[in-house]
Write a protein that binds this ligand. Structure first.
Ligand SMILES: [Zn+2]
Ligand SMILES: [Zn+2]
Length: 288
């Protein structure tokens, strides 16, 4: 399993869109890994966790064609995780695909090459959010090119060599946000963004696995220990909890993503600070 981080920032980005605080200014001056777009992650070449407005920039810079993505696992419908506009640009009226390019260009086409069907996994709430703004992509089954799999808390799904288990997160109302356990090729990934923790029934499921990689959000970093997101203190506590339950495979890694400039230091500083305790700080373009 190859994991590529296409974005590692929280909603406001890093630097924050309209902010000139010391962290945001440092990121602008030093650039590189200190610049974070909204959080999205790619598994191998064909599976994405969330699809927002910014992931395409990182993918393009890295030479990754997202037209090969066949599976999209959506955590929730907040704008920094799901952009219906991106799905719209993927959509094409059937028949256009097979038309000669010259004919396509007369009609105007969002793309000139075919894409595979996209299996989208998400909650009922996410489906409703998508349908509100882009009903067309669900309207006509023969035209949709999107197959929506409505997930249920704690349930497992098999698709394209992946085993996917949906975990109810604590982010907004119950059922608004889900995290995922993803297995492929004998490796196990826990994708934990966005959440402030888990209810007991979900913790019980999380303890059933041995993870090769835990990707966990760390929005609040050194600051605020509030609900809906994780701070570093919670990241450490959660890591200990998993370790105490024997949930880490040999050579397992824990990586922090979804960082806000208001609470997490710039990457240069934060990565150095956490390297001693074996917590990796992700950056846009990191491959594992
Ligand atoms: Zn978010
Ligand atoms: Zn969110």
């Amino acid at each position: 399993m190859n994991v590529t981080f296409l974005g590692t920032g929280a909603g406001e980005g890093y630097p924050g869109l309209f902010c000139e605080c010391p962290n945001c200014t440092y990121a602008r001056v030093h650039g590189g890994r200190n610049i974070r777009t909204n959080t999205a992650t790619l598994i191998d070449a064909d599976t994405m966790l969330d699809m927002n407005d910014t992931c395409f920039v990182t993918a393009a810079r890295m030479g990754i064609p997202l037209g090969r993505v066949r599976h999209l696992l959506i955590t929730h419908s907040d704008d920094d995780h799901l952009s219906s506009q991106m799905l719209w640009w993927r959509f094409m009226t059937p028949g256009l695909d097979t038309m000669p390019k010259a004919e396509q260009m007369k009609i105007s086409s969002p793309r000139f090459t075919a894409v595979p069907d996209l299996h989208v996994f998400g909650s009922r709430a996410t489906k409703h959010a998508l349908m509100r703004v882009r009903p067309e992509i669900f309207d006509t089954p023969s035209r949709q090119q999107i197959i929506y799999h409505q997930i249920e808390d704690g349930k497992s799904y098999q698709e394209g060599g992946l085993t996917i288990r949906a975990i109810r997160a604590q982010h907004g109302a119950p059922g608004f946000c889900h995290n995922y356990i993803v297995e492929r090729g004998g490796k196990t990934l826990l994708y934990a963004s966005d959440t402030g923790g888990y209810d007991d029934d979900m913790m019980k499921i999380l303890f059933e696995y041995r993870y090769d990689l835990v990707i966990m959000e760390g929005t609040y970093g050194l600051g605020y220990n509030g609900p809906g997101h994780m701070c570093l203190e919670k990241n450490r506590a959660f890591r200990k909890l998993l370790a105490d339950h024997g949930c880490f495979a040999d050579n397992a890694r824990m990586v922090i993503t979804h960082m806000s400039p208001h609470w997490t230091p710039p990457h240069d500083e934060y990565a150095a600070m956490l390297s001693d305790e074996g917590i990796d700080v992700a950056y846009d373009g990191l491959r594992i």
